[in-house]
Ligand binder design. Sequence first.
Ligand code: ADP
Length: 530
Amino acid sequence: MQRAAPRLWGAAAGWRRHLATGVTSASRGRGSDGPASVAALARSGAGAYVGGGGQPGAPGAPPLVVHNPYTGGRVATLSDGGAPAAAAATAAAAGAATAWAATPTANRAAAVGRWADALDAAAGDLAAVLVAEGGKTLADAAAEVAYATSYLRYYATAAAAAHVEAVTPIDLSDGGGGTGVVTKEPVGVVAAITPWNFPLAMLARKVAPAVLAGCTVVAKPAAETPLSALALARLAPLPPGVVNVVATADAAAVGDTWMAAGAVRKVTFTGSTGVGVGLARAAAGTGKRVSLELGGLAPLIVTADADLPAAVGGLLAARLRCSGQTCISPGRVYVHRSVVGAFASALADGLAAAAAPGDPAVEPPDGATRVGPLIHSGAVHKVQALVRDALDGGATLVTGGTVVPAADGGGDAGHVVTPALLTGVTDRMRLFQEEAFGPVFPLSPFDTLDEVVGRANSLPVGLAAYVYAGDPATGRALAARLQAGMVGVGSVALSDARVPFGGVRLSGVGREGGLPGLDPYLELKYTLLG
Ligand code: ADP
């Protein structure tokens, strides 16, 4: 759909700046044949990396086949070690734990820094892996590699090492006790379970602080996207057993093995609420620590006096990122009634001009954002069902919502949905109750700030929220009232290795990133010196 240039954003087009953010890698997903390449990972065929090497599959177990979500083609066929590989990984991690914990923190930090260097050197290969297994666009894949590397860089800094090493003396002499000394120790073996939407970055965000803290790791990637996790482990310049990966189609078998293992002292999970809550229950049996990063359904609030081009640009950037498949994606857009018409019109124009649905491995036209495939046909059906539900309830589809046929027209392929803009969405519709996890832009008008705060806080989740307000004081006041772990005021670029990422209520437990992101991997020890 082509439209005349809208009055609202004109030549200065704030949204173009937003869309350009984060697309910096020159490599743009062009792979070679290094150890982290699709070719090398497929050739190896090992679905587990345990004790510093590939692990054979369980006898008789069917292989784990990795498909390209866009082409439907087979990317790799991996051995699936299932529960036996999970047990072997636990043994390897437990075996490596004592020596790694005793390694000076400065040396561990240096190793994490070399790991970041290895990711930089393999950036093109890693981006190609993300395009092949996850259907990421070239830009999203390059941005994810950079994001993953930033966690390794951050946890290689002297500030992070100092946080691990910090010793706090407390004078207790007035109570006759002497001096209390508080030190930190690694918790031990950590189980990390990660989703398919950021398979490299979510794992890097967990293993970097864990390894710096002196922990060892057993990790399970999603069955859809195992190659990037295997690549990350293969690139780690760490002693055997410090980082182990088990890819499997039987997530429950691996998860159950680790949750039951006394040697595993912590679980860190990113994924759906149901699975996370189940893991937390199972982890309780052996007294494990638990960190959960679960879903959300982020509200984005646009006040009557907001800078509409900036708000449209922010929404486009945040919602088109990974074709809407991010947990902090703004899925509920509340716009003041006095400007909702203008906002919808500008958003439609922005989508027509900037969104380029199609092959994720092909560069979009200059200045446009490629909208790639959803992860599988189930995800497409979910988007379609939620849009249908809204239309049945009286919402209006302004544009989009169609499925682009796969290039070859056959098999389980394609999965590209054109960005859908809906107006007149209400809180009772499924789009405002569940994550669509796709490129859907549902708009709903509001009248008062009290009303919109109440509506934004009405779900049991609270991961991210966004505010565009003309008056900065109003923006900050709204941010303070929103029940979310993270709020972007006038910006959607929340993700950064230096800040604590996480949610409240059913969106999760704990934070990842920044110095607070180290604490879940550290036990405090109080020693009384009399
Ligand atoms: P999504 O709906 O995004 O696929 P999931 O919560 O199902 O989210 O998946 C996130 C991660 O949790 C994946 O690695 C998946 O394999 C894993 N997982 C799913 N079920 C279980 C389970 N019962 N035990 C352990 N891990 C699981």
